[in-house]
Design a protein around this ligand. Sequence first.
Ligand code: GSH
Ligand code: FE2
Length: 363
Amino acid sequence: MLIKQLFDKESCTYTYLIADLSNKEAVFIDPVDTQLDVYLNLLKDNDLTLKYSLETHVHADHVTASGLLRQKVGAKTAVSSLCGAGSADIQIQDGDVFEFGNAEKIKVIATPGHTPGSISFLWKDRVFTGDSLLVNGCGRTDFQGGSAEDQYDGITQRLFTLPDDTIVYPGHDYNGHWISNIAQERTNNPRLAGKTKAEFVEIMKNLNLPKPKLIDMAVPANRYCGIDEDLANQAAEQRVEGSDPIRQTSNIDDHLSQIKRNITEIEPHKAKDIISNSAVIIVDVREESEFNGGSIDKAISLPRGLIEFKIHTIPELSDKSATIIVYCASGKRSALSAHTMQSMGYNNVLSIAGGYTAWEKTV
Ligand SMILES: N[C@@H](CCC(=O)N[C@@H](CS)C(=O)NCC(=O)O)C(=O)O
Ligand SMILES: [Fe+2]
């Protein structure tokens, strides 16, 4: 077997390559788009076929390379069904098993908390914990629908019950750690060792971390396996100077045109008519910072990735037969959102074609 722990310095992300050298089949966990060349060279040098590109969650701090790996080497992309990443080939469920190589098995353990769709991967006596359990720490829970309570339950009930000597491979490290093991984290992790759930929740409430630099672009891009060209490019522009992001065209248009056949789009002037003549609810599905930069009057902010988790908390959206107009920046995310809402039973959802950009140009 070959196992490599690779580090992306810019986002402090760990990416893992696991390969069975007997039949040359390999799997990546959490690849980063800017490292694509490194991955392709690794595969080539070891004569490996990439079967899967697995994600522990939809990342907020970097863009995944999974869509690029699918394009370049035909790997299947996989992410939790709770991540709102409909364009991934495989929608992962708790307990799923990925087989590769000569009867190698990677088992999925749901560890929600950092995000609702966060999962860990157990392979033999090694667990890849993404941003749930980190070495001496854990992933934050203050954005993307995170929950400190769920994080505590997932780590203490699902991860800390693994055998003591299970090796822990984290999704990130900001302090120079590489790996750990379950006994070490259960007994020494300062956020968790000997802490009650209430104490843990209190700690997580007071972390006061700044928002990841790329969050507003990385989250939407990662819902398309990182290959939505517009979003990936915007994320690339925000990166610190000196990096050399790789850009690829996407097959997102195929996916979108399929979705658009099943929803109702309206032109901005038509939306303006409806809004001024009838009682409608307007929902802005862009990220919060885009909303704060300017929005349609009376719009409610509900970012696309939070729809499934937050919609029931919004009183204005309790009536599923109400007329709802959704919009985003360009009409893509709102089309997907309208589709999601329809599948949740909302039967009168209209998406503004061309989004806020077109809306602003319409007088
Ligand atoms: N400074 C980083 C922020 C990184 C960050 O917030 N990382 C998340 C994982 S996506 C986390 O859980 N961090 C935990 C911590 O910093 O303690 C950036 O701008 O990208
Ligand atoms: Fe994360």
